[in-house]
Design a binder for this molecule. Structure first.
Ligand SMILES: Cc1ncc(COP(=O)(O)O)c(C=O)c1O
Length: 361
């Protein structure tokens, strides 16, 4: 048997997504994968613990009925968005939503438009599904360039706030893109709870828009893999037809429901992350030789004037058991992305950064 002959052709040029490092031993300060530094609040842990019972032998609700109801009626109640229960899809993390979108829309050779730089998984999926990928370079200040309004294709991915730089896209731009683009526009709002902007209200006006959201970041549930998408019921119906039958698990559904019940408390706590983001930005901007981009998210993007210093910082931080994210990709070599931690984590990061800066900057 020649395995290569049997494998799908798209796998030959496919490079798998490279997740940020997840060390298994304790003692690391993880500022590399945009997780929420706060654990789920005690009320949620209690709800999860009491759900660990004989029900674990049963399959979970394949339609996540309760969760869809609560997302629309409670979590998004004030967002002026769709209200029909058939306009929401629950996914195994928002990553599954992205995969399902490719599954329903992309035949080999179909055109997909993504921006650069952005979340790397869009391109990974595009390659896997053998799409023809058009990458549009964001402007120097990471805005969407005018050329995007002439783009053609079946799918366009916008990440707002954008990973890795943290800038949000305003609704006027998104609306204009939905109007000019002939296909579907997916707006990935994985980090939108840290921003003042969301395009959820546009869903009532525009049929070719899908908004993808996550419980991983603002709700501290990354390990339980819960995400959701809102869109026209006709799109959601197709998504449900191709998803795995039991794509989300029972404990994830319970935990997400509990997050919604306690969302005010969680959002209140997340204000601390936003305060810390702004504090860190201000402190770091005082260093010579670097600048921090304005961020609407739970991470910051630091630019080094001297490219050769960047990796030095990444390595030295790692020696001190602090992980940050560096992307070895064109245009990104002189940046590092740092997730906002708790106040004491951020102080530890600044202290380490100061020590390294004394050596190199
Ligand atoms: C922009 C963006 N979208 C989606 C995801 C995946 O989120 P989830 O944990 O909901 O699958 C991430 C994770 O880092 C992300 O950065």
């Amino acid at each position: 048997m020649e395995l290569n002959e049997l494998l799908r052709k798209s796998l030959r040029k496919y490079s798998a997504y490279e997740p940020g490092e997840q060390p298994t031993e304790d003692g690391w300060l993880k500022l590399n994968t945009n997780e929420n530094p706060f654990p789920p609040i005690p009320e949620i842990l209690k709800d999860i613990k009491s759900a660990i019972n004989e029900k674990l032998r049963l399959y979970p609700d394949p339609t996540s009925f309760e969760l869809r109801k609560e997302i629309l009626n409670v979590l998004l109640r004030d967002k002026d968005t769709l209200t029909n229960r058939n306009s929401i899809f629950i996914g195994n993390g928002s990553d599954e939503v992205l995969d399902v979108i490719f599954k329903i829309f992309i035949d080999p050779g179909d055109e997909v438009v993504i921006f650069y730089p952005t979340y790397g998984f869009y391109k990974v999926l595009g390659t896997l599904y053998n799409a023809k990928i058009t990458e549009i370079q964001l402007t120097d200040d990471f805005s969407i360039p005018d050329s995007a309004f002439n783009a053609k294709g079946k799918l366009m991915f916008i990440n707002s706030p954008n990973n890795p730089n943290g800038k949000s896209v305003d609704n006027e731009t998104i609306l204009k893109l939905c109007e000019s683009f002939p296909g579907i526009v997916l707006v990935d709002e994985a980090y939108a709870d840290f921003s003042n902007l969301t395009c959820l209200s546009l869903l009532k006006k525009v049929k070719n828009l899908i908004v993808n959201r996550s419980f991983s970041k603002s709700f501290s549930l990354a390990s339980l893999r819960m995400g959701y998408a809102l869109a026209d019921p006709e799109i959601i119906k197709e998504m449900n037809r191709v998803k795995l039958p039991y794509n989300t698990n029972y404990l994830g559904q319970i935990a997400a429901l509990s997050c919604i019940k306690h969302s005010n408390k969680i959002f209140e706590r997340n204000k601390k992350i936003i305060e810390e983001r702004d504090r860190l930005t201000e402190i770091l901007n005082k260093f010579e030789g670097i600048s921090v981009l304005p961020s609407d998210s739970n991470f910051i993007f630091i630019k080094f004037e001297d490219k050769s210093k960047t990796l030095q910082f990444v390595w030295d931080l790692k020696e001190m058991k602090i992980l940050v994210r560096h992307f070895s990709k064109p245009g990104l070599y002189n940046y590092i992305r740092v997730t906002i931690g708790m106040e004491e984590d951020n102080n530890k990061f600044i202290e380490a950064f100061q020590k390294i800066a004394d050596k190199y900057l």
